[in-house]
Design a protein around this ligand. Sequence first.
Ligand code: ADP
Ligand code: ZN
Length: 726
Amino acid sequence: MIAEVIVDISNSDVDKVYDYLAADGVLPGHRVLVPFGRQKLEGVVIKLKEKPDTSHALKSIERVLDPEPLILPEFLELAEFMRKKNLRYADCFRLFMPSRLRGGAIRELKRNYLFLNPEIDFESVYSDVPARAAAQRALLKELSGGALRESEAMERYSSSVVKALIVKELIIKKPMRTFRAPGGMKIAAEKPVLTPAQQKVADAVIGGEGVFLLHGVTGSGKTEVYMYVIEKALEAGKTAIMLVPEISLTPQMLGLFRARFGDGVAILHSGLSDGERTDEWTRLRNGEARVALGARSAIFAPLSDVGAIIVDEEHDSSYISDSNPRYFTSEVAEFRAAYNGAKLIFGSATPSVESYFKAVNGRYRLLEMPERVGNAKLPILETVDMREEIKSGNTGMFSARLIREIGKALAEKNQVMLFLNRRGYASFLRCRQCGYVPKCPDCDVSLTYHKEDNTLRCHYCGAKFKSIDVCPLCGYDDLKEGKTGTEKLEEETKRLFPDARVLRMDNDTTRKRDAYVDILTKFRRREADILVGTQMIAKGHDFKDVTLVGIIDADIALYYSDYRSAERTFQLITQVAGRAGRAEKEGKVVMQTFSPNHYVYKYAKSYDYKGFFRNEIRARELTKYPPFTKIIRLLSLSENEREASSAARSMAEEIASLKKNGAAVLRIQVMQSAIKRIRAYYRYQVVVWIDADGEDAVCPALYEIGRKHSHGGVSVFAEINPQQML
Ligand code: ADP
Ligand code: ZN
């Protein structure tokens, strides 16, 4: 028998299928060890066949690594699908299994547990232990109710107590497999009766076919609909996958799923240690857990017979990986739903323009929940024209109106969230005399001033420098701060409201594992009155006492040169606003802007998603942007500027000749990227517009051109509809 094997080596030159002689018993999906050149490498068998494709002498598979195939048949097909989308085979399989599983067989984590010695009679032994050995008696008693981790027993009773009982052979120690499943918040398991609106949507999904787009305003109770659909899948003996943006994976969310589905839920997200991820993956693979809850990568949960897949907050950019391997979560979700005949729901209060366009065109079925659950109303959105504030002499971060509203909310013992999508203290420093702005030596961007440790940091490569008081060019000692960030906002908030307890959540305060969970938990427990933060605070959180949301600078995303900037701004405002007034208390949003007449604000104010969509889709059609076209960017990177630019130019020429020969290419542009250099690499790009449905026909040739130019000092990265064009 011949086995086709994908070898675990992430290199485009050798990323193909290799034939090996296989002994009996080797099956597709088996991990194997194979000789490769002079090395022995791991690989995955993807197919068996009778005859080899070449007449070369074949080497034999050295060893099969698992008793049963580890990779499900579905994933062998998914790898083929993703390979067509420009991913390497090897990278696919790396996405399909946790890194711990590569480089050896599954290691089970075993921990020592203490048990009562089964050969003894508890009653008689217990009375034999003298009353003064109270700790020993207590431990025995506890063990009569069940096993206990040795480490926990040592901690609670002391190691000498444990040792004494072991020596007397009253208890025994035995290693057992454990799972390091991460914890959630304890939440009562009571299940609300679905509202008529929820039930209608749920019934449409259960009774319907195809892919669904659930457009439900913030607080409309989408989560209950998801859980209902998942429950139905489980009742039918199937499994389910629930995806949320990383940041929405809060203890509250975990608690909700744990309460509803118990240990049947496995959690997958980037905050897990390798060991934890392996454990959760294994529980899914062997059927102990039948619901996978996680961020983007959980779409690869090793579940068979999937009955429901849910992508919550589907517009969130975290569903599209921005570094290699690049994939669209929605495409993988659609593949898996089709393969398994599963229900697939994309849900959002602000669907991406592309998804909503699919719903309008009937590719997705549109379901709507236009009202909040119960009597909760959507908060009132008020815009404040910051130009007027400046005219009246207020150059601070807060408008008079916002200060008033914060004061009122605090006086009424409610909570406030203040949103500013820029971290740091000031976005840059500028010399007031010569205009010098400190920049990152490796990236073509200005450095951000961080007051807490008096540093200048690059938000692209992470470089950190001591701040300066004197301009290095002209020696002038008045450096003015440019635009302000969350750090400054926190400081200003504390200054204006000295009695309020303020928390800040952004990339800088959440570097430590679980830090963001701590911040959110504190805020939920009302250990703080005001939460200041970046878009991290915008997503999915459900705080009952928040009545006021302040948007400090609504315009930030608006003037990026990116076809998605209006869409992003609309989404962000709607999502942030959605944090206010979610329970009985009414909410209010104060939105500060320098361009109050922009159409985004008009529609955001009245929660008119459809109005926004109609406007936006017309603009996209006129300017020939997605969803009316697809944009492919070939990004050329090199430490040598000339090489980066000449590779880009040469690629553009080749694509132009493809176009001449009839390829469905609409337009080609070569240019320097918006940021000329990042991490010491110069960035040039070819941007190619193609027909919206031209991907299969055109992209393989474009990828090939990219690969060809990716050599020597140049790396080329291909991306479809890039999230940002930096
Ligand atoms: P969304 O995800 O659409 O923003 P959530 O799922 O967070 O909304 O629901 C908003 C609030 O309504 C939550 O506090 C939730 O517990 C509550 N809720 C949802 N469905 C029901 C229901 N059927 N009955 C009572 N409360 C509900
Ligand atoms: Zn840098």
